[in-house]
Design a protein around this ligand. Structure first.
Ligand code: 5AD
Length: 449
């Protein structure tokens, strides 16, 4: 049977899409392999959000075409966001590529690979829109009970984005916002829980916009909060997370949900992008600094220990030293548990790419270094504050970096490492935090059987 290797770039949605493609291929008799060296088919699931991510995938494919193809006849394919936005151009640039599969076509992977392998078609490019494609990412690779994948599960609840932030390529690669039904999502979650999954993360480009057009608010509760309530009902499920929300989606109904729904973990990744109102407006973000601060205040009132992380872009066109200082001061005020910091990258056909006053690379670099230092020092302080505390973790499996250690996550989404064994996998247990490392807590089991 043909062996398939999939390499994934970018966000958790991409990870989830790759998993669904793998599950689809396994069901059709293909075998997944974890190295490219013995693969018959190599698929790169790509990201377009910054130029660097695109270049990485293109370089990788160049290498594969140059080296691997000379030795063996492998099928080479691009999937996902860059496949969607560049289409046929990828084959023009890299003629060894056989397949270009867009973001609404993941479910056709097996069929197309079959045609290519049988020689029915020479090249396939499919980046068309497809009604109903939002409901096609539902298959999971169910690995053995002791694997981390059967302890935490990711469920795609929607596709696309209608926010059109001026820096962002996603509306053009993922299309219009389309949501699955609550019943469909709950059924998928139930299936996961039946296989031993204890924690589910609901995924979407902007999950707080879930069902905006399709599902009416009930008693002041948005469609997304209704979905959280429905998933919360599932017996045997212990933890619910979601990513990513948009600040404008934090209405009181969602804030209150953190107080009302015990399975909803007190952690949130809320993309800030900038602390300057002027830049937020140019970015088309739809909120102010004050509104953002207010959301954080409300969340911390209802869940004082809530873990809060964010995304920040430095060097957006026109960003002055003063604008940047506003972002720094917001970071000092909020004290994020972590922030993902990005240098603005011009994306083709986005409004910001054509804005005046593009920022020079050395300025972006310097601002990035300054904010990184600030964010890291605040995060270290917040991690250190956990020392001596007893926290509940869900044990996911061996640590990725050091398999001798066992890894779990707190409800606030912090990684905890401890000396455990396979018998702890999938357990909810209490540990005492003894020390910290970089974005890591080290724990000692407080209650062992
Ligand atoms: N340049 C830099 N960072 C970007 N992001 C999105 N588009 C760009 C861009 N053009 C960042 C945002 C987003 C995260 C996923 O990537 O911070 O939240």
């Amino acid at each position: 049977m043909p062996r398939v290797y999939i390499k994934t770039y970018g966000c958790q949605m991409n990870e989830r899409d790759s998993e669904a493609v793998a599950a689809q291929l396994v069901a059709k008799g293909y075998e997944m392999t974890s190295t490219e060296t013995n693969a018959d088919i190599i698929l790169l699931n790509t990201c377009s959000v910054r130029d660097m991510a695109e270049q990485k995938a293109i370089n990788k494919m160049q290498n594969l075409a140059g080296q691997t193809r000379k030795k063996r006849d492998v099928v080479l394919g691009f999937m996902g966001c860059m496949a969607q936005s560049r289409g046929q151009k990828l084959i023009d640039q890299l003629p060894d590529v056989d397949l270009v599969l867009g973001t609404q076509k993941f479910h056709r992977a097996a069929e197309y690979l079959d045609e290519l392998l049988k020689g029915k078609r020479d090249k396939i490019v499919d980046t068309a829109e497809e009604a109903g494609s939002e409901a096609t990412i539902k298959e999971h690779l169910l690995l053995g009970n002791r694997d981390r994948k059967s302890i935490t599960g990711f469920v795609s609840i929607m596709q696309g984005c209608n926010q059109y932030c001026t820096f962002c390529i996603v509306p053009y690669t993922r299309g219009e916002e389309r949501s699955r039904t609550i019943d469909d999502i709950v059924a998928e979650c139930r299936e996961l829980v039946a296989t031993g999954v204890k924690e589910i993360t609901l995924l979407g480009q902007i999950v707080t916009s879930y069902g905006k057009r399709e599902i009416k608010s009930v008693d002041g509760k948005s469609a997304f909060v209704q979905l959280l309530e429905a998933v919360h009902e599932i017996e045997g499920l212990h933890r619910i997370r979601f990513t990513s929300p948009h600040p404008k989606g934090y209405g009181d109904d969602l804030v209150e949900a953190y107080g009302r729904l015990p399975k909803l973990c007190p952690s949130a990744h809320i993309p800030l992008q900038s602390g300057s109102d002027r830049i937020l407006k140019l970015m088309h973000r739809g909120y102010t600094r004050e509104r953002f601060l207010n959301i954080i205040k409300k969340l911390r009132t209802i869940q004082p220990g809530i873990g809060i992380t964010t995304d920040i872009i430095v060097g957006f066109p026109g960003e002055t030293e003063e604008d940047f200082e506003q972002t720094l001061s917001l970071c000092r005020e909020v004290e994020f548990d972590n922030a993902y910091l990005f240098k603005y990258s011009q994306r083709r056909d986005t409004p910001a790419a054509a804005m005046p006053d593009q920022i020079a690379d050395d300025v972006k670099e310097a601002r990035h270094a300054r904010i990184l230092e600030l964010v890291n020092s605040i995060a270290a302080k917040r991690y250190d504050a956990n020392i001596g505390q007893q926290v509940q973790i869900l044990v996911e499996g061996p640590s990725r970096k050091n398999a001798a250690r066992t890894m779990g996550r707190t409800r606030c989404n912090k990684i905890v490492l401890f000396d455990g064994s396979t018998r702890h996998h999938g357990e909810l247990m209490d540990v005492k935090i003894t020390r910290t490392g970089s974005f890591t807590l080290y724990g000692d089991p407080a209650i062992l059987e």
